[in-house]
Design a protein around this ligand. Sequence first.
Ligand code: FES
Ligand code: FE2
Length: 350
Amino acid sequence: MSSISQTVQNRDIRQLGINPNHWYVVARSSEVTNKPIGVVLWQQAIALYRDNQGTVHALEDRCPHRQVKLSHGQVVGSDLECAYHGWRFDSSGECAAVPYLAENQKLPSCKIRSYPVKEQDGFIWLFLGDKTPTVEPLGLPEWDHLNYIATVSIINCQAHYSYLIENLMDMYHGHLHQDLQAWAEAALQDIDEDNHRVDAHYTAQSYYKINKIWSISQLFFPALRRLHPEPLDVSYIYPHWASKLGQDFKIYCLLCPINETQTKAYLVHFTSLNAFWRLHKLPIWFRRFVKDSLFGAAQKLLDGLVVQDVKMIEEEQQAYLQHPDRRNYELNRALVSVQKLMRSQFETSN
Ligand code: FES
Ligand SMILES: [Fe+2]
């Protein structure tokens, strides 16, 4: 083992960096307009804006003139104009105009960093690495699919991303959510793992069965729910997470780690309408109407789960900061695999 990998093995997982050579989610598509916004991805302040053609761009959120935030400026054509003295930067980060430049003065060569961005499946994906991306963003094929109803919940937690991933991979924490009736009696069966992902296969009991049109109302009325066994698969597909409960539910967690003690993430829940074969015979416009009107159907459930999880995750982080050398007791071997993957991904980027 090289000395670098020894260092990484010994490094505290709660202080681990990220592998920047991936696509991270920095915003929802709807958040990015022709009014710039500032976001932070792993300590880097980034200005996002949509140009007059509708294309999204990402620049370092710093005007090189006086270091103020470019996200406080405005979009002019495809450029971003600083609020202070009106210097403009094109989408590659090059200074494109200074309003008071004298005839004998040249434009300053003060290029700022621009980041590769993609708008896909309702989100803005940003590649943080210096190299040309060799990977693709994680796809959410259900986002535009007429048979799936989406709900999005935003996670803002004051904790290292490892706590969130461990929470999502450890299905034994159904105990915490008993009152919300998400799943019950999880039991880990098997784990598949490689350098990019960990797939943990559990069996569990699901409360929901979406097989009749009225069964969507199970999302709202607990009395209609009946426990029944379903396979529950959870996957850490670095740096994001995806899960599947039976045939009816898919959930993604799209990560935006902010720093060592702060993580933002988007939890995206899909309820499948695949069981309603009659629905598939209806006109597309009507199916789209059904999909759009039911958007957010699982909002209460999802937001409720997030509140409970965030509380626990933040307590773990606080306890760690107070006593960094206290050891945890881990019984779930999926979490051992997950920590190994976080470490190896960080290591390959160094
Ligand atoms: S600080 Fe941005 S133009 Fe002067
Ligand atoms: Fe949870």
